[in-house]
Design a protein around this ligand. Structure first.
Ligand code: LLP
Length: 436
């Protein structure tokens, strides 16, 4: 809080740093992450999952947000990492991340990706298509190692979420259907892997979807998988030593509403797993989680400068200096966010006198470039700085150079200090590699 004359003005601070100052110092748009919040999420997972249940692992899903500083933070917090491309693998390895704590996912892995994963010594490769097994065996043979793999299955559960981020149905492009019948893709893959000298089948993987708030999506999937495990044990003597239950824990959009605690999910999942194993007569496998969004979303805000305000009869547009290039999630999934004017964070919400709504829009050349369709925000004018909350997940990682906009910088804040962990792109970056 600062006092100006007799008017009390409250400034938004993030990680103990004044957001108005952050905007002045580093420019906008700006991705700002409170590293303390990320650490506390990691700690919560350690306490409510890793330390509460024996034989468990957590692999942060790097697709939600991965830069070298993030890989380092995850390493310091003692978690592992899930990567899905050569680029993510390189980011992690170049930050010194221990390869044995990395697993590689991906529904269309290239030979180059499989080779790099095997030869760098990643802990697990999650086989998404049976053809990968031959390639893994080939490269592991060349490296003189045995590569541990898991097989991804689609449990046939339609998760309660946006259809673009539901991944567990039987017709999903990910994994193989959870089908234990003779001749199925799954049983053929298991049999083939058994013949491969350089492949060690550790177990199964599923990921039913993202942004889940309903534990039923998990418990139903776990039941399907346990029945599958029992059938595979009986028909092929295949033991699931490890079960990766994916990510998907939901993140809230309103900063006033606390996030779901991790144990809301993990207690339900572990109960389903342990009780289910008991009733199906199975050994409890090692349980692995792969959360991305839940770890990173709420630590992140994006700062924008207002370029202009356009009052129309039905809607007042607040146009800012970023948009769908730094956050395509609204255009893609109709994601919802909340915003605040950073130097008047507790100020009254503006209601246009004509009764219309307020929309916060970006600067890209598309009408769909909306950040908040129906916003509740204080009155703003050109030059003011606003913050969008809970933008940590899938924003930087999905950003583009649309309209030749430069990718914003990333700043980590913690204990009142700020440091740039990814520089803002320059005009040179925009034309890099292009020839006349
Ligand atoms: N594991 C696998 C195999 C996944 O496919 C995903 C997400 C995760 C873990 C992490 O899920 P999370 O805990 O973050 O929900 N771009 C979309 C989200 C796509 C998620 C893709 N897979 C969005 O912005 O909402």
């Amino acid at each position: 809080m600062t006092k100006k004359g007799c008017i009390k003005i409250s400034h938004l601070t993030w990680g103990g740093v004044d957001c108005q100052e952050l905007a002045q110092r580093f420019g906008t748009p700006l991705y700002v992450f409170d590293a303390g919040i990320i650490r506390s999420r990691c700690r919560e997972l350690r306490e409510t999952f890793l330390e509460r249940w024996p034989n468990t692992r957590v692999r942060y899903a790097g697709k939600a947000f991965l830069i070298r500083a993030m890989a380092k933070l995850i390493q310091d917090e003692g978690l592992g990492l899930d990567v899905v491309s050569l680029g993510e693998l390189h980011t992690a390895l170049s930050a010194g991340f221990p390869p044995e704590r990395i697993e590689m996912n991906g529904n269309a892995k290239s030979r180059a990706e499989i080779e790099a994963a095997v030869k760098s010594g990643v802990g697990r490769i999650i086989v998404d298509h049976p053809d990968e097994i031959r390639t893994i065996d080939e490269f592991a043979g060349q490296a003189g190692i045995v590569q541990k793999v898991m097989i991804r299955v689609a449990p046939g559960v339609d998760a309660h979420t946006h259809k673009y981020i539901a991944t567990g149905s039987t017709d999903s492009k990910f994994g193989v259907p959870a089908d234990s019948r003779e001749g199925s893709m799954l049983t053929e893959a298991i049999k083939f892997a058994r013949e491969c000298e350089h492949v060690d089948r550790r177990g199964l993987h599923f990921h039913v979807g993202s942004q889940l708030f309903d534990t039923d999506d998990y418990t139903k999937s776990i039941d399907v998988i346990l029945r599958l495990m029992k059938d595979l044990k009986a028909s092929l003597n295949f033991t699931t030593y490890e079960l990766n239950m994916g990510g998907g824990f939901g993140a809230v959009i309103n900063p006033a509403i606390p996030a779901m605690k991790s144990e809301y999910y993990t207690d339900a999942m572990m109960k389903a797993l342990i009780d289910g194993c008991k009733s199906y007569g199975l050994e409890v496998p090692r349980a692995i989680l792969e959360p991305g969004r839940w770890i990173i979303s709420e630590s992140g805000i994006t700062l924008y400068t207002v370029e202009n305000v356009r009052e129309l009869p039905e809607v007042t547009y607040i146009a800012v200096d970023g948009g769908m290039a730094d956050n395509p999630r609204v255009a893609l999934y109709q994601a919802e966010y909340n915003a605040v004017k950073v130097d008047d964070a507790d100020g009254e919400i503006y209601h246009p006198s004509n009764g219309g709504k307020v929309s916060i829009v970006g600067k890209c050349c598309e009408s769909g470039d909306i950040l908040i369709d129906d916003a509740e925000i204080q009155a703003v004018k050109a030059g003011d700085v606003i913050a969008l909350y809970n933008t940590g997940a899938y924003t930087f990682s999905m950003s583009s150079n649309y309209n030749c906009l430069m990718r914003p910088a990333v700043v980590f804040v913690e204990d009142g200090k700020a440091r740039v962990v990814a520089e803002r792109q320059t005009l040179d970056d925009i034309v890099r590699g292009q020839v006349l």
